[in-house]
Design a protein around this ligand. Structure first.
Ligand code: SF4
Ligand code: SF4
Length: 254
């Protein structure tokens, strides 16, 4: 028997992951009793606090089909999450069904331009095929509009204001809405970009409300004694946390 005191480390979305921004924006505007069917990918980690955006997962591609059911059987708002790769693989038939049967709920496609969870494999929306050859990327927005979805918006979730407004409009729309939340997987972006900005907390401005930790939960934040700080080894420079801080206490390291 070994007795070791190990700090609990639940699995988390990476620092700078655009899914965190999408979930944060959704939770800011969606009613408390919204039902969140989800799907298989990194974004399933939305299951955990503080986001709690994964109420139901049956199998790959199920989030839209089960969203149809929940929206039909309840009076609650429904937001189904599905990744880009899963959408092309198994989400499309259910979306066609949702259009055909005039369902009323929101689908958020978390488009990070790759199959991130299993190691950045290409998918039909990317410019490479599985063998690394050039391939025709299938335009997701055109596909969604082409099958008859009337309310479609493409957003960059790293702009929180834009993201919140788009999700609010989608929730208010009478009928099926699709929000394509498009921003590259941060690991992919870091491979391609050598330069990155680093962010830090201005201790004079910080009021220690801890919204950046408890509500936004980027793992680059930590408490050092009584101060909120950002670990420069973890910060990817996504630039979302300054939009979360109500006291303008987060800025770029000059
Ligand atoms: S959200 Fe801003 S003010 Fe609040 S603890 Fe974080 S850095 Fe400090
Ligand atoms: S900029 Fe802020 S949210 Fe983005 S990785 Fe750095 S600490 Fe996290």
């Amino acid at each position: 028997n070994i007795e070791v005191n190990v700090a609990p480390r639940p699995p988390v979305l990476c620092p700078g992951c655009p899914h965190r921004a999408t979930y944060y924006a959704v939770k800011q505007v969606a009613p408390k009793d919204t039902i969140y069917p989800t799907d298989i990918g990194c974004y399933t980690l939305g299951l955990l606090p503080p986001y709690e955006t994964a109420d139901f997962l049956l199998c790959m591609g199920s989030s839209i089909g089960t969203g149809c059911g929940f929206s039909y059987a309840t009076k609650q708002k429904v937001i189904s999450f599905i990744g880009d790769s899963t959408f092309y693989h198994a989400g499309l038939p259910a979306l066609i069904n949702a259009v055909h049967h005039n369902h009323d709920f929101v689908v958020v496609i978390l488009d990070n331009s790759t199959t991130a969870m299993t190691g950045h494999q290409p998918h039909p929306g990317t410019e490479l095929d599985g063998m690394g050859n050039e391939a025709l990327p299938i335009d997701m927005e055109k596909v969604v509009r082409g099958i008859g979805v009337k309310h479609v918006e493409v957003i960059d979730p790293r702009n929180l204001k834009e993201a919140k407004e788009a999700i609010k409009r989608a929730l208010e729309h009478d009928g099926l809405s699709v929000v394509i939340s498009k921003a590259p997987c941060i690991l992919l972006e870091r491979k391609l970009k050598k330069e990155r900005k680093l962010y830090q907390v201005n201790q004079e401005k910080c009021k220690k409300c801890k919204i950046c930790i408890t509500k936004f939960a980027c793992p680059a934040f930590y408490m050092d004694e009584n101060e909120v700080k950002i670990n420069p080894a973890l910060c990817t420079g996504c630039g979302v946390c300054p939009q979360v801080c109500p006291f303008d206490a987060i800025g770029v390291v000059e």
